[in-house]
Write a protein that binds this ligand. Structure first.
Ligand code: NAP
Length: 535
């Protein structure tokens, strides 16, 4: 059985960066990836219109300025193909391909206390040993396939936006799309003109704001290159890792006219939904009054975009602005097309899927194709399907007993020495690439310290493990930070679709990305309290 210092699982943003970092440390590392290509979620999400809605210059790694300059980004928001091509470029630039094995899916791993090593097994039957196991399996990876009554009876194909690795022919078809998060909205707008009939089945109406996407000019690129450090400084201090100025100004402290002027400027010039949530006002996500005010503004904009009063009624959200913001131009306008319909379960409840399509209380919608845009089993979905055995039993069973996936600092779990998550439970709710780099740097620091101790110990493996007490304190901190968040009052993946009001920490750290960065920096600056280094 081959042995490596470290095994990295997943070759998306997280896996590629950690492979790069650990190679830089001089370790023998192998990265395994389930897909036939690198890219992670940007390989699996090839649905029409799949696009990042974070500014392109920060939807990248920041560690190498030359990388930014040598691989320019064509548009302000990147289509799936561009992001995947960028990741392939990174792999080539740092000659990482030789360390990546594709088409190899992780099945499980178990820690052997006698040898202080992980035995890692893959679905093709291969097994390897490693000292360190880095799980970069993706926090948005396992598609959420809800148990929709009758779905198995549908005669046509059922596709999922998160499992769309190939071209699928929708031309001239009658298509139903279930779900209206970012993926559902993007797919709807982008297939509307090629299909015969399009029906959006929505459980909740969404607040969707436009973004001014378009080609990046040479001047803008030069400005980014010249202000790269300042831009990243802004990202690193922003609550959700965007290059935006986040003010603490209370929404209601300025006049109605001033609010209108500010929001109108954002609506017309962007850059995205996060600028409404975490931009000129500091309380949209925490004050019910402020949130109601922005909802009124959105309702006015939605009303200006839709001509049919019945469609307008269905597309007007009844919930507050408390989900992950959706950003996309032309969303509401798409429903002005005669062959595009909307079914809102609040108005016309869903009954069942049958052989011919979807039956609601109002009518039967005959369909050729159903698209599930129902998102992911966010974060824990990547891990609970694996057989991971630590020193105190299985990860899946431990989390089931807790009633929630748990971690210390979002990167490690007690009872699982030398195993690390990239974007594990209670990681910050943020733009992913900056977080991935922060966590990769933190984990590399831990491993560097363990390797130094190993040398001092005459080559005996050092085990890095989160202490139970530190984990409990961290979880309690996450619970406190989530208190009072308006996100808790709507049903969405941010609280793991948990029942509103349940007093759990949630699956994300809601203290903001900047605060998370300073928290883990303090831990690394102080010699990693909360972690034991034992032999
Ligand atoms: P999502 O945001 O979780 O949205 C899932 C949608 O499915 C919601 O509209 C939800 O309804 C609906 N849904 C879930 N279960 C359902 C059921 N049983 N019946 C009916 N409807 C159901 O998923 P996503 O759109 O795939 O996005 C996942 C994440 O990736 C998000 O953070 C998203 O913003 C991100 N994303 C980012 C980009 C990018 O630009 N970087 C692009 C695409 C996606 P409710 O609203 O009622 O819960």
């Amino acid at each position: 059985m081959s042995t490596f210092d470290a095994i990295v699982v997943g070759a998306g943003f997280g896996g590629i960066y950690n492979l790069y970092k650990l190679k830089e440390l001089g370790l023998s590392v192998k990265c395994f990836e389930k897909a036939p290509e690198v890219g992670g979620t940007w390989y699996w999400s090839q649905y029409p219109g799949a696009t990042s809605d974070s500014s392109s210059e920060v939807y990248r790694y920041s560690f190498d300025k030359e990388l930014l300059k040598t691989y320019p980004w064509p548009t302000h928001f990147l289509p799936q193909k561009e992001t995947q091509a960028y990741l392939k470029h990174v792999v080539d630039r740092y000659d990482l391909g030789q360390h990546i094995q594709l088409n190899t899916e992780l099945k499980g791993a178990s820690f052997d206390a006698a040898t202080s090593a992980w035995t890692v097994s893959f679905s093709n039957g291969e097994t390897y040993k490693a000292t360190y196991l880095i799980l970069a399996c993706g926090s948005f990876h396992t598609p959420n396939r809800p148990k929709i009554p009758g779905l198995d009876k549908f005669a046509g194909p059922v596709y999922h936006t998160g499992d769309w690795p190939e071209k699928r022919d929708l031309k001239g078809k009658r298509v139903g799309v279930i779900g209206t998060g970012s993926s559902g909205a993007q797919v709807l707008v982008n297939i509307a003109d090629e299909v015969k009939h399009l029906v959006s089945f929505q459980r909740s109406a969404q607040h969707v704001v436009p973004h001014p996407n378009g080609p990046v000019s040479a001047e803008y690129r030069e400005w980014v290159n010249n202000n790269y450090d300042e831009i990243w400084e802004q990202v690193n201090n922003h609550p959700v890792g965007h290059p935006l100025v986040h003010k603490t100004t209370p929404t209601m402290s300025v006049s109605a006219e001033e609010r209108e002027r500010i929001w109108e400027d954002l609506w017309n010039n962007g850059p995205n939904g996060f600028s409404f949530m975490y931009g000129p006002f500091g309380d949209i996500h925490s004050s019910a009054e402020a949130n109601r005010e922005i909802c009124k503004y959105f309702e006015k904009k939605i009303a200006q975009s839709i001509t049919d009063p019945d469609k307008l009624k269905k597309l007007t959200p009844s919930e507050i602005y408390g989900k992950r913001p959706v950003t996309l131009s032309g969303y509401y306008e798409t429903f002005n097309k005669e062959h595009v319909d909307i079914v809102n379960y609040e108005h016309t409840p869903f009954v069942t899927v049958n052989e011919k399509g979807i039956l609601t209380e109002e009518k039967q919608w005959d369909l050729d194709v159903i698209i599930l845009a129902t998102g992911y089993e966010v974060i824990d979905g990547s891990y609970i399907k694996l057989d991971l055995q630590g020193t105190h039993g299985s990860l899946k069973e431990n989390w089931a007993k807790e009633g929630i996936p748990t971690s210390y600092l979002g990167v490690s779990e007690s009872g699982f020495p030398n195993m690390f998550f990239i974007v594990g439970p209670q990681s910050p709710f943020t733009n992913m690439p900056p977080l991935i780099e922060s966590q990769g740097n933190f984990i590399t620091g831990l491993i560097e310290k363990a390797e130094a101790k190993k040398k001092e110990n005459g080559g005996k493996t050092v085990l890095i493990e989160a202490e139970e007490k530190a984990k409990r304190e961290w979880m309690e901190k996450c619970r406190t930070l989530a208190e009072g968040s308006l996100f808790r009052t709507v049903k969405s993946y941010i609280f793991g679709n948990m029942a509103p009001g349940k007093d759990l920490p949630g699956i994300f750290w809601l203290g903001g990305y900047g605060y998370y960065r300073s928290t883990i920096k303090e831990v690394s600056d102080n010699g990693y309290p909360g972690f034991s280094f034992s032999t």
